[in-house]
Design a protein around this ligand. Structure first.
Ligand code: ZN
Length: 178
């Protein structure tokens, strides 16, 4: 209880026991007291099974490696074309280590990447954001690819999507360029 307060007063979720030791802020899975990155196999398997049923991933503050992301996406339900379908995904303040590849993924509901940190490439080639997508204050240290990504909701606030200031190179649909 005191640990999450010590990390940051703006964190309104229960922080993983292991993350706390490293000054991290990953949200705990429902069981085991640890996050996606640090969970024991049994807790991780249970969470992946649930993810396979509802497509909802909550990885707020979690350090996400390329391998972990692939594991998450492998568990997520697929549409008839075999593309992953994420529902209301939460990656607020997640830190992506290694390339983050969300190619052809469909994001249903609200996709939140608020203050996410992409340490390497961020790739959303052909991804579909069916509703709201928030990338506010996200940082992109590598290349950010949004080529052929579809943003169906066009009322995303200006500046709330990746712009030239925050990325070295952003291949972004022209109608969404900021
Ligand atoms: Zn953790």
């Amino acid at each position: 209880m005191a640990t999450s307060m010590a990390t940051s007063k703006s964190i309104d979720w229960d922080v993983c026991e292991r993350c706390v030791e490293e000054s991290g802020i990953g949200i705990r899975l429902p069981t085991g007291g640890k996050c996606w990155a640090h969970a024991d196999d049994s807790d991780l398997d249970a969470a992946l099974k649930r993810l396979g049923e509802d497509g909802r991933v909550d990885a707020r503050g979690v350090p996400v490696t390329t391998e972990l992301l692939q594991r998450l996406l492998a568990a997520v339900p697929k549409d008839e074309r075999g593309h992953v379908v994420l529902t209301d995904p939460r990656f607020d303040r997640a830190v992506f280590h290694g390339d983050a590849v969300f190619d052809t993924a469909t994001f249903r509901g609200t996709a939140v990447f608020q203050e996410a940190a992409f340490q390497d490439a961020a790739q959303f080639l052909g991804a579909t954001f069916a509703s709201d997508a928030t990338f506010g204050m996200a940082t992109f240290r590598g290349v950010a690819w949004f080529s052929q990504a579809n943003f169906h909701r066009r009322r995303v606030p200006r500046g709330d999507v990746p712009g030239p200031r925050s990325v070295r190179r952003c291949d972004f649909p022209a109608r969404r360029r900021v």
